[in-house]
Design a protein around this ligand. Structure first.
Ligand code: AMP
Length: 216
């Protein structure tokens, strides 16, 4: 099965993806992480896209589609992907449908985490990401204590686009570009709406039961 995790910035997609990957033996594909890696490694692509990420705007569909083709065509990931933060607009959703068909796979479900804007801002401003293992924490709501995280504390960083100015743009981009994909997946009868304002564990219990009920 391939799964899509959707929702506004800061809705908890990365955190839930971490749980899902661990329990269902799936691989997480976060287009945001892939793009940040390019920037960190100072590649040509990284230099080209940096300003888009800094402004909270989407990078071009061609760039994203190329990243996705590389992953979907890799047999290692065959039907075992969880997409976090992709697709981000209708064009990407339609391209993904063509690609899964081409590589003889399918999207089994789309999980949309819904959270109100006020809570999201609090969550984003407290977010800490481990640059070593990729897990996401929150200074206030989900601190990275020893039970949950083994890496050295020096790896915990704040994302450069987690500031109040960029958050505003990212939220607007989400409302304008990404929200329309929900109807697209509702029409395909694979959309599940999830109240993402609850505790992390409560949300995960619901997600786990949805995924467990899917045919593999
Ligand atoms: P994220 O880590 O998902 O919050 O993404 C961080 C930033 O990366 C976004 O604000 C966009 O600039 C860019 N980005 C991530 N995924 C995509 C995508 N699927 N399409 C276009 N831009 C993306």
């Amino acid at each position: 099965m391939n799964i899509i995790l959707c929702g506004p910035p800061g809705a908890g997609k990365g955190t839930q993806a971490g749980h899902i990957v661990k329990n269902f033996n799936l691989y997480k594909v976060s287009t945001g992480d892939l793009l940040r890696d390019e920037i960190k490694n100072n590649t040509d692509l990284g230099n080209k896209i940096k300003s888009k990420l800094d402004q909270g705007l989407l990078v071009s569909d061609d760039i994203i589609n190329n990243l996705i083709v590389t992953i979907l065509s890799d047999k290692k990931y065959y039907n075992r992907l969880i997409f976090d933060g992709y697709p981000r607009n209708l064009n990407q959703a339609k391209s993904l449908d063509l690609l899964v068909k081409k590589y003889n796979q399918k999207i089994s479900c789309v999980l949309n985490l819904n959270v109100d804007k006020k809570s999201i801002i609090k969550r984003i401003l407290g977010r800490l990401v481990c640059t070593k293992c990729g897990l996401t924490f929150n200074k206030y709501f989900n601190p990275p204590n020893k039970d949950k995280h083994n890496c050295n504390l020096k790896y915990l960083k704040t994302r450069t686009d987690d500031n109040e100015n960029t958050i505003k743009n990212r939220f607007e981009t989400y409302a304008k570009e990404t929200l329309p994909i929900l109807n697209y997946y509702a029409d395909q009868k694979i959309l599940h709406k999830i109240d993402g304002s609850r505790e992390i564990d409560q949300i995960y219990v619901e997600i786990r039961s949805i995924i467990a009920s899917l045919e593999t």
